[in-house]
Design a protein around this ligand. Structure first.
Ligand code: AN7
Length: 351
């Protein structure tokens, strides 16, 4: 059977209005990659997998929810959509809007969006509006303007974003053969953890696949759900999750509570170290995407999680190519060498 995206595959499990008109880029169907060496390093005797969501059409997990939100909007004869974004939502909204012939307006915090994301939004000809403020400021603005004017909001406050996003959980249950014991993932605006928990429960109702513990991980400089209050000036190198007042924060806390899981934070250093560690397994993810695995490592080392005999799935939400600068700025690229075998031999074999 030809794969045609998550709405086509999971239509019976998704609560989308009948008037929706599917707009798809064949999103979803992402690989579950075993990472046995890292599991060994963390004590062994357990199975660790990465759900590599960076392999979605626009390079992030956002495409699952966006296909649903745009399909609903098109069915309602909407002409324009709007979102606030730390970057990935904007790139996804831009691509799906382009495909549907809609106008997309995307608001982003100036100077705080990774290059591959803002470039994606521009490439798909969204109207890119940078603001002198945070993601949280941008979200407040787009909520207000979409209440007042005929422009549809496609942030994860939009319930169809959550519907589509659940399919990540469905796929994991099918790929593993059951729900994993633990599912860890980064948390920013908290749409993803809300969706995964909903998706695992939905799949369990229908297919009796069981339920995982949810481990949500925020960046330490932007960890409102760990601190128990909004963060006014969130800061982190993981700009995707530089969010101080998550729209679905309550639901994220509920997911952690109901699943007997937790929401914790990791420092930027821990996040970047894990990004590098995963790259050494051939899996290049953007910094925010490494936060889930960094949090898992932390919990195992602290003795808060005993991984023995467990199956653990880490959601890696975005591709490393989204944020080339983070790598380039940490690296030293050597000067070019003249064309010549002796020079090449010197570079390769002189040490
Ligand atoms: C790579 O694009 O909020 O907790 O505006 O890009 O569902 O917000 C992105 C969030 C994790 C957090 N990993 O997910 C946006 C945006 C990556 C992300 C998150 C984001 P949520």
């Amino acid at each position: 059977m030809i794969y045609k995206g998550i709405i086509h595959k999971y239509s019976e499990l998704l609560d989308l209005p009948a008037y929706s008109i599917t707009v798809s880029l064949n999103e979803g169907n992402t690989p579950l990659i075993p990472i046995p060496r890292l599991a060994n390093e963390l004590g062994g005797d357990f199975k660790l997998f990465i759900k590599y969501e960076g392999l979605n059409p626009t390079g992030s997990f956002k495409d699952r929810g966006m296909t649903a939100a745009i399909s609903e909007a098109v069915g309602r004869n909407v002409k324009s959509v709007i979102c606030a974004s730390t970057g990935n939502t904007a790139a996804s909204a831009a691509a799906y809007s382009a495909r549907a012939g809609l106008k997309a307006f995307v608001l982003m915090p100036a100077g705080k969006v990774a290059a591959g994301k803002i470039t994606g939004a521009i490439a798909h000809q969204a109207e890119v509006i940078q603001i002198d403020g945070s993601f949280d400021d941008a979200l407040e603005l787009v909520v207000k303007i979409s209440d007042k004017h005929p422009v549809s909001l496609v942030n994860s406050i939009n319930p169809y974003r959550i519907e589509g996003q659940q399919t990540g959980a469905f796929e994991i249950c099918e790929q593993v053969g059951s729900a994993p014991d633990i599912c860890c993932l980064p948390v920013g605006n908290a749409g993803n953890i809300t969706s995964y928990w909903k998706g695992f429960r939905r799949f369990n109702e229908v297919k009796h696949t069981g339920l995982p513990q949810m481990l949500g991980v925020q960046a330490a400089g932007s960890a409102p759900l760990v601190l128990g209050e909004p963060v006014k000036n969130p800061e982190t190198v993981a700009t995707a999750i530089r969010i101080g007042n998550p729209a679905r924060g309550e639901e994220a806390l509920q997911a952690a509570h109901e699943s007997n899981g937790r929401i914790i934070s990791c420092t930027d250093k821990e996040i970047l170290e894990m990004q590098s560690r995963l790259a050494q397994e051939g899996v290049w993810v953007e910094p925010a995407s490494a936060a889930g695995v960094a949090g898992l490592k932390k919990e195992i080392l602290l003795g808060n999680i005993d991984p023995k005999d467990k199956t653990i799935v880490a959601i890696c939400t975005g591709h490393g190519m989204k944020d080339p600068d983070i790598i380039v700025n940490q690296a030293e690229l050597k000067e070019p060498i003249p064309v010549g075998l002796d020079k090449l031999e010197e570079v390769i074999f002189s040490n």
